[in-house]
Design a protein around this ligand. Structure first.
Ligand code: SAH
Length: 421
């Protein structure tokens, strides 16, 4: 039919090597191994790109699966390894991208010159476009009202006040306990819009994969054997970048307001007149609880939750161990691994049952997660058994749900299992 319309030339005869002469590219879909090999050889010897369908080793290029939002094009390929997977990925991207995205790209293109002329600085331009694509005018284009959007766009392009110098901002963002899927949508968006990302070491390694590639990344974390960047130096860094107009993401493990020094940074930046937004994250206690299948509260077993750090650091007052644990309570101890044996001793001295169920979760929500379960009196040994890494200690009746109390053991429990409950 296409041949009848004259759009292709159909030759009803066997392939011959010189058919490949002077072609831009060659595709073989014969399904006949000998013929495919001959086509491949003919094309190769003439330096013509060749693709033999379903035979990756006979391809010098691949056809990617395409999501077409012309002029925006997304190509997906598994390099021939798993075409069905690539198609599945394409289907998901198709569903994600509004059909009018191409129209939006063309719309933006119409204003590129004007934006460039009114905003000579590259940073200002990128912020303009970031805001545009996230904003109401883009929504209007996607909704099909290009005329109305065009009028508003003109006004926006000619308005400069909102972009006066010094309009930087710091977002104090919780990155969650490690699994990047536990980022909030807001954290994800901010990571993708950031000019500068100041992050801790405890950020899950794959979380930063979700950040804008050309954002400047500054690691202020404490690595073993290396000193952390002191807090006043971190404050100064945040001030410097936000003061220069950058959008700064201060990325912290878990939640910024749970042992994350977020409060200090907030106060410092506000004191210097910098806009600050706090974006909560899933804290280690809730992340590890979910991953280990340990409810933090439970009818009849736990109606109070204590979150403490036992780090004997200047400024921390002594904890009232008696009030923290015991009947009807779940106790979560952050940064307690090194002091675990001492914590257990203090709790037992304060009158708590040495047989109270306890768990140690290391690298919670990460693929390397380990969970040691046992009792309060064995806490020191459990920490040792669970091994190195950020460790959350959980103590209380509800911890029994993870299989605690049945002696000590490492329970490898994928998050999916806990999630299925
Ligand atoms: N702001 C963070 C806590 C920072 S303090 C939050 O809200 O989670 C660092 C401590 O958090 C670690 O010593 C450990 O006790 C705990 N922690 C953080 N991530 C963890 C993880 N993935 N698994 C277990 N414990 C974790």
């Amino acid at each position: 039919m296409v041949a009848a319309e004259g759009r292709v030339r159909l030759l009803r005869r066997p392939f011959q090597a010189d058919d490949a002469d002077g072609k831009a590219l060659v595709v073989s879909a014969s399904g006949d191994a000998a013929l495919d090999a001959a086509v491949f050889a003919a094309a190769r010897s003439r330096d013509v790109p060749v693709n033999v369908v379903d035979r990756p080793h006979l391809c010098t290029f691949v056809w990617p699966a395409i999501v077409d939002r012309d002029p925006l094009t997304v190509a997906i390929t598994s390099g021939g390894a798993a075409p069905v997977l690539a198609r599945g990925v394409r289907a998901r991207i198709e569903a994600m991208l509004p059909p009018a995205l191409g129209a939006l790209a063309r719309f933006a293109d119409r204003f590129r010159g004007a934006v460039k002329a009114t905003r000579p600085s590259g940073l200002a331009r990128r912020r303009f476009w970031d805001r545009f694509f996230e904003g109401p005018i883009a929504d209007q284009v996607l909704a099909g009202d290009e005329r109305g959007a065009g009028e508003r766009m003109l006004a926006l392009v000619n308005r400069r006040d909102e972009e006066s110098a010094g309009a930087g901002i710091v977002h104090l963002v919780g990155a969650g306990p490690g699994d990047p899927e536990l980022l909030t949508l807001k954290a994800l968006r901010l990571l993708q819009e950031a000019d500068v990302i100041v992050h801790d070491r405890l950020i899950g390694p794959r979380v930063l994969d979700y950040a804008r590639r050309d954002a400047e990344r500054i690691d202020v974390g404490k690595a073993p054997g290396r000193h952390a960047v002191p807090q006043d130096r971190i404050n100064a860094l945040l001030l410097q970048h936000a003061g220069a107009g950058a959008r700064v993401v201060r990325l912290k493990g878990g939640d910024p307001f749970v042992f994350g020094r977020g409060g200090e940074e907030l106060a410092f930046l506000r004191g210097h007149g910098i806009a600050v937004e706090v974006v909560p994250g899933i804290t280690a206690a809730t992340g590890c609880a979910a991953a280990a299948g340990i409810p933090l509260t439970m009818r009849g077993q736990a109606q109070a939750l204590s979150i403490v750090t036992a780090r004997a650091e200047s400024g921390e007052t002594a904890l009232d161990w008696q009030a923290l644990a015991g009947d009807g309570r779940t106790l979560c101890v952050y940064m307690g691994a090194a002091a675990a044996a001492r914590i257990a001793l203090r709790l037992i001295e304060a009158g708590h049952d040495p047989a109270t169920p306890a768990a140690v979760v290391v690298d919670g929500t990460l693929p390397t997660q380990r969970i040691a379960t046992g009792t309060l009196q064995a806490l020191g040994a459990m920490v040792a058994e669970a091994g190195a890494g950020p460790a959350l200690i959980m103590i209380g009746e509800a911890v029994r749900q993870a299989g605690a109390g049945s002696g000590m053991g490492i329970v490898p429990m994928p998050a999916a299992v806990a999630g299925a409950r």
